[in-house]
Design a protein around this ligand. Structure first.
Ligand SMILES: *Cc1c(COP(=O)(O)O)cnc(C)c1O
Length: 366
């Protein structure tokens, strides 16, 4: 059996009729930037997350840049980001000219360890970027309390956490601004790059929208100096078509996660993802931990099962960010980079494929 890590073609054949109709309507309209498809998707996505404002942008990395700019963050400021996770947050903090301050994560949620957070905060700290990794929610309640107490901006990176819930609130509802990615492999993926910013704050929403559209809302309206970062109509149409299916897909993903957890916990030295109380994660990535990660990956590769590592290096230990950091500065992140292995988790995986994956993992530990 050959099981790819992801196979988007299996998804497309299921939705082809709906998708082709939506995409075709953009071709008929010949409105490719802005227009009703974009505003339709922005409201659809914001409403679905119980947020007042949604701004479509070119990708989630841009979304982070725009949000940091809209908060007025620049040289001389510090922004705290988790040491483990995708590096966009750290990159964009650097790009606005601020200093990146890394904080270690905790094992249970893969997100910022709130007990370490206060020690990283000083008079220059302007924001904290919390990442909800793999679809799990980080300790957002504690983190948002600390930020509120010390009057620091909180940004949620929800690129992997569409519709995940904590204590009845969606990822993204805990902060002034949250960002989402529609990179093709994400829970809700476009046919190219795409991203969004969600916020409750009307003035902040206008600021972001202006920054993303050459500093204005209308044509030839340049109130501030901005940039060009837009979600185009074709991508908006793709996302509109997918919104009708995304809840079913999430349900299937979570069932696959349950299946893995039930069958793999306690096999060899494997650890499966924890679910902390009050958290309803939607699994974008399903990642297990083992001391024999590289050997297990090789074994699965040999038996036709593709896996990935998210991520092979903690951000402060990458060449791009390493300023004499040592593994002992971020012990949990360092452990995760060496122990994590992501298994295939897409809604179209068959029960036979899942059983085969579990069987091969058990064979490895026999
Ligand atoms: C994918 C991802 C991003 C970046 O998204 P793009 O749309 O590709 O820019 C940011 N943060 C996290 C956690 C991600 O997984």
């Amino acid at each position: 059996m050959q099981i790819p890590f992801l196979d988007l073609k299996r998804q497309y054949v299921q939705i082809q009729k709906d998708m082709d109709r939506e995409v075709h309507s953009v071709l008929e309209d010949q409105v490719f930037v802005g227009g009703t498809k974009l505003s339709q998707f922005e409201s659809l996505f914001a409403n679905a997350h119980h947020q007042n404002h949604g701004i479509g942008v070119a990708n989630a990395t841009d979304a982070l840049f725009i949000v940091l700019k809209a908060m007025g963050i620049s040289e001389g400021d510090e922004v705290i980001v988790p040491a483990h996770g995708w590096l966009s947050a750290a990159e964009m903090v650097k790009l606005v000219g601020a200093k990146v301050v890394f904080v270690d994560v905790e094992l249970d949620t893969f997100g910022i360890d709130p007990t370490l957070l206060k020690s990283k905060i000083n008079g220059k700290t302007k924001a904290v970027i919390a990442i909800h990794l793999y679809g799990q929610i980080c300790r957002i309640e504690e983190i948002s309390q600390i930020c509120a107490e010390l009057n620091i901006n909180l940004i949620e990176d929800c690129a992997q956490a569409h519709f995940s819930l904590f204590n009845g609130k969606y990822a993204g509802q805990w902060s002034k601004a949250s960002i989402f990615s529609f990179y093709p492999s994400k829970i809700l993926g476009a046919y190219g790059d795409g991203g969004a910013i969600l916020t409750h704050d009307s003035d902040f929403a206008i600021q972001c929208r202006m920054l993303a559209n050459h500093g204005g809302i209308a044509k030839n309206d340049h109130q501030i100096s901005g940039m060009n970062s837009r979600l185009d109509s074709l991508q908006a149409a793709v996302l509109i078509a997918k919104m009708n299916f995304v809840y079913d897909w999430i349900h299937s993903r979570n069932k696959i996660a349950d299946y893995y957890s039930e069958n793999l916990e306690g096999v060899g030295d494997l650890k499966t993802p924890k679910r902390i109380e009050a958290s309803k994660p939607n699994f974008h990535i399903y990642t297990i931990q083992t001391r024999r990660r590289d050997e297990l990956k090789e074994h699965l590769e040999r038996t036709g099962i593709s896996t990935e590592i998210h991520y092979p290096s903690a951000t402060p230990l990458t060449k791009a960010f390493n300023q004499n950091y040592l593994p002992k500065d971020f012990p949990v992140s360092f452990k995760l980079q060496n122990h994590l292995l992501s298994l295939p988790i897409y809604p179209e995986l068959t029960i036979e494929e899942l059983a085969y994956i579990v069987e091969q993992i058990k064979v490895f530990y026999k």
